[in-house]
Design a protein. Structure first.
Length: 366
């Protein structure tokens, strides 16, 4: 049965099922004959509140329905849904609810070129760096002023001391000021070094090296040899998208693991952390096709870590599975995602089988 026919049949029995996402999706999965079409509906329903929007608008005026359709269009576009898929999802709901509504022409979004994930990440890092730079400059100016005032007092007292003032008192005050002066001077010098780092963009140590590996910009011969392979791996990984979980997608994932000699690990104490989130995660090696994390070898016991493909990203994986501690993301509590794109891999070190997080990564979820 076509997806829209299945939706109409389910809704005609009990329209309020739209307010029960799990029940609606379960019934739809059993009735529909196209897994790909079902995935499109499931993603839209799980990532937004469009079921509730359509339910509450049924029975409203034609104009109100048109407004809701435009609102749904915007919501699906915001989560990165392709326009053809947006049309498919909306048309399916219109048919299922038997709405006599004509779609208005969508505003042309093609002229708005979306920024790629890496560009967005760099912009965010630059903002953070600019903030830190300004804070450092302010602190530097404050210490410089303190430095100058102490130096002036120190010089005045030293001059009076030489002119025969009360040696005991002046010596004590001078020594005290001298200590303060040296402390401020040390802080001044430390912040100058921080300022230099800010200006040169030297923050991010390990991550900068990883970026260079994935972008082929490192001068190290070893990293230059790895760079094309690493870039190829990340491109292949991000090309997976929302492939249906079937034999072909299984072969794709299996080939990826073999081709790039990926290691794999999971949060071994996930069950315990579901009861007590304060427990630190314990990372242990796991089967590559069942693990939470894949790890691409960078050399020197360091690995670029990415989430395993073909797993639902939900509250359990995010919290108890500790992926929130490994990756920055756009995760929203209560939502479930099936498309993972890596903007920046995390960095782990594995010395003697002990997985240790060195640098958080960043992923985008859809």
């Amino acid at each position: 049965m076509e997806i829209k026919e299945a939706m109409r049949e389910i809704i005609e029995v009990d329209k309020s099922i739209l307010l029960q996402r799990d029940e609606f999706l379960s019934a739809l999965e059993n009735a529909a004959n196209s897994p790909k079409d079902f995935q499109a509906i499931r993603r839209a329903v799980n990532s937004t509140n469009i079921c509730e929007m359509f339910f509450l608008s049924d029975g409203k005026s034609l104009k109100e329905k048109e407004n809701i359709i435009n609102a749904v269009d915007g919501k699906l576009y915001e989560i990165g849904t392709q326009e053809a898929r947006i049309d498919f999802v909306i048309d399916a709901f219109i048919y299922a609810l038997n709405w006599d509504v004509k779609r208005t022409k969508r505003a042309d979004k093609s002229k708005i070129k979306p920024k790629d994930e890496y560009t967005l990440y760099l912009e965010n890092q630059n903002k953070k760096l600019e903030t830190r730079l300004n804070d450092t400059i302010n602190e530097l100016n404050k210490l410089k002023k303190e430095y100058d005032e102490l130096k002036k007092k120190y010089d005045e007292l030293e001059k009076k001391s030489k002119e025969g003032g009360s040696q005991k008192v002046l010596s004590a005050v001078t020594n005290s000021l001298n200590r303060n002066f040296n402390t401020v001077k040390q802080g001044y010098n430390e912040i100058r070094e921080e300022l230099k780092k800010c200006e040169s963009g030297a923050y991010g140590g390990t991550f900068q090296k990883v970026l260079s590996v994935f972008n082929g910009n490192n001068n190290s011969k070893k990293n230059n040899e790895n760079a094309p392979i690493a870039t190829e791996f990340l491109n292949e990984y991000n090309s997976y998208g929302n492939q249906t979980d079937n034999y072909e997608s299984w072969k794709f994932r299996k080939n990826l693991v073999s081709k790039y000699a990926l290691k794999a690990f999971s949060c071994a104490n996930l069950s315990e952390r579901m009861q007590n989130r304060s427990l630190p995660p314990i990372y242990e090696d796991a089967s590559p096709l069942m693990a939470h994390i894949w790890a691409y070898p960078l050399g020197d016991d360091k690995f670029a870590a990415v989430p395993r493909l073909s797993q639902y990203y939900d509250d359990v994986l995010h919290n108890a599975g500790a992926l929130s501690m490994i990756f920055e993301s756009n995760f929203v509590a209560g939502e479930t995602y099936d498309i993972i794109t890596v903007a920046r891999p995390a960095v782990f070190q594995n010395a003697g089988g002990d997985w240790k997080l060195m640098q958080k990564g960043e992923i985008r979820l859809k």
